[in-house]
Design a protein around this ligand. Structure first.
Ligand code: RIB
Length: 297
């Protein structure tokens, strides 16, 4: 299975705080770490750890070797990554005990991607089984349209949610994978059932809605599956959604039932949140299988 991840590559600067700060407040930070990150990079790693062959496309700056070296060391094909004279994207991530976070995102090179680059990436990956996108790069809308014309399946994680996400061509997206607040933003609905129904109406089915520590839902419009989350002691929830995305789609495209795919993806993200960081803490399939042995169906 070949997955093309068209996405963002960020350097994550993670600050552990006693609690998230309020406006105008200064807090002492108890721990500071630098990690590889970005939704594109994290999802690429999750697809890879779940067993897919992964090619990444996107742009890094002059300080981007840290990210490309990490991807290469983990068996991801980075040969198409473009380079900028500017800075790589980065995030400032504040984490409080229990794992909840808030972020400041500097797009950097992620926002310099051009249509010509998208055309080149697609021309070289016509054999991809899926193109995975998020909303941290430029040209997402163009890439969806171009992939549709080229007959390549698409999955979009409309994250982070901003108003512009509402005008994506959802009827040309095969899989929408979103959390509840993204789903609410896109559909204008408040309750879970209505969000799922409205998302399905947008793309004619194949919607995955993640509900944090409550679980996740898959719907193809006609049939719906809910799988509860595994209860673990979360330390840092950064990257949980990306882990879920890579695992869930790898398993679905590989032919698993939605219930099995959601269960495996939930186990992978449960393991991921027990350690600080995002990409580096995504478990491999062996660890996920071991974890699931403790939770027989
Ligand atoms: O989804 C988590 C990611 O969001 C982080 O790695 C950060 O870089 C932001 O892109």
């Amino acid at each position: 299975m070949k997955i093309l991840v068209f996405g963002s590559f960020n350097i994550d600067k993670v600050y552990s705080l006693p609690r998230l700060p309020q406006q105008g407040e200064t807090l002492y930070c108890e721990n500071y770490e630098i990690h590889v990150g970005g939704k594109g990079l994290n999802q690429a790693l999750a697809f890879k750890k779940a067993g897919a062959d992964v090619v990444v496309a996107g742009k890094v700056g002059k300080d981007g070797d840290y990210l490309t070296d990490y991807l290469e060391a983990n068996g991801v094909d980075t040969s198409l990554i473009d380079r900028s004279d500017g800075f790589t994207g980065h995030t400032i991530i504040e984490v409080e005990p229990g794992g909840q976070n808030q972020m400041i995102l500097f797009g950097g090179a992620n926002r310099e991607i051009t249509r010509d680059y998208c055309d080149k990436v697609l021309a070289e990956n016509a054999d991809a089984d899926l193109i995975m996108m998020q909303y941290e790069t430029s040209c997402v809308e163009y890439m969806i349209e171009a992939a549709y014309k080229a007959g390549i399946k698409t999955a979009v994680n409309p994250s982070p949610y901003v108003k512009a996400v509402n005008s994506l061509p959802y009827d040309k997206i095969d899989f929408i994978i979103a959390n509840e607040s993204e789903g609410a933003g896109i559909t204008g609905e408040k309750d879970t059932e209505s969000i799922v129904r409205s998302l399905c109406a947008l793309n004619n089915g194949k919607v995955i809605l993640t509900l944090g520590d409550k679980g996740s839902i898959y719907s193809d419009g006609a049939n719906q599956v809910f799988v509860p989350a595994f209860m673990v002691d979360a330390v840092d929830t950064t990257g949980a959604g990306d882990t879920f995305t890579g695992y869930c789609l790898t398993r679905l495209i590989g032919g698993d039932s939605p219930e099995t795919a959601l269960r495996i993806a939930s186990a992978a993200s449960a393991l991921e949140v027990t350690v600080t960081g995002a990409a580096e803490t995504i478990p491999d399939m062996k660890a996920v299988s071991e974890f699931l042995k403790n939770y027989p169906v």
